[in-house]
Design a protein around this ligand. Structure first.
Ligand SMILES: [Zn+2]
Length: 249
């Protein structure tokens, strides 16, 4: 009996996946076509031009990020607006109006004033959901932050940990507190951000040997849904849903 339940469950998952895909294909791949005709003066052949003036605009908007909250309003990740609208249409999530904090299903959401932040369909504009609330998923996935140069820069706020000056990405370097030549590892606790001059001054020495002081002791950062998103793409309204201590990273 249990096996048959499992099979039914798997079948349901596949069906729902196909359903979502089909719904998406039918509903959100709407393209607004303008058909124009021009007649070649020599041959008399009629050319038909199909042009979708909003397709590029929509594609840009649909690939932007939306914040995903679990059903307990805890931010767990980000997804594309395209996926968020698909989930909203199938009822797998609700959209949150960040001004009123009211939650909407697809019907009520599509009746809201679209404003500037919207996509264009054949009949109307639909407001882009910046924040969605999953209908069933209530867990907090265990997420760890991958060690990478970009994430290290984010953890340290693009600030040299020796002279405390903030720099653009391309002016910063990764410094090993205990130099690699002395057995220092490349990890969260032994690496910090340093500007070029500070890194050269410290050279192949420890901070103590070089008489330099760290701004703060480095540690493994807490995971934040913001980590995967470039700072320039983050929505200001997300700050209402993400705790302050997880925003800096
Ligand atoms: Zn510096």
């Amino acid at each position: 009996m249990l096996d048959s339940y499992r099979v039914i469950g798997e079948h349901a998952a596949v069906v729902s996946y196909c359903y979502i895909t089909t719904v998406w294909a039918c509903f959100f791949s709407i393209k607004v076509f303008n058909v124009t005709e021009t007649v070649d003066s020599r041959s008399g052949f009629t050319f038909r031009h199909i042009f979708n003036p909003f397709q590029k605009y929509n594609n840009v908007k649909l690939s932007e990020p939306a914040l995903v909250l679990n059903r307990n309003w805890f931010p767990i990740q980000t997804t594309s607006v395209r996926n968020a609208l698909c989930l909203l249409y199938t009822g797998a999530c609700k959209a949150i109006d960040p001004e009123s904090f009211l939650i909407h299903n697809f019907n009520s959401w599509s009746k809201l004033d679209p404003g500037e932040n919207s996509i264009i369909t054949v009949h109307s504009r639909i407001r882009i959901p910046d924040v969605i609330l999953l209908s069933k998923y209530g867990k907090i996935p265990r997420m760890s932050v991958n060690f990478s140069r970009r994430n290290l820069y984010r953890r340290d706020g693009y600030t040299c940990q020796y002279c405390t000056t903030r720099f653009p990405y391309d002016k910063l370097t990764m410094d090993h507190i205990l130099p690699k030549s002395k057995g220092g590892r490349t990890n969260w606790c032994n690496c910090v951000v340093a500007c070029g001059p500070c890194n050269r001054r410290k050279a192949d020495r420890t901070p103590k040997e070089s008489g330099m002081k760290l701004l703060r002791h480095p540690s493994v950062p807490k995971w934040s849904p913001y980590l995967n998103i470039d700072e320039r793409k983050r929505r200001a309204v997300w700050s209402k849903f993400v705790k302050k201590q997880t925003q800096a990273s």
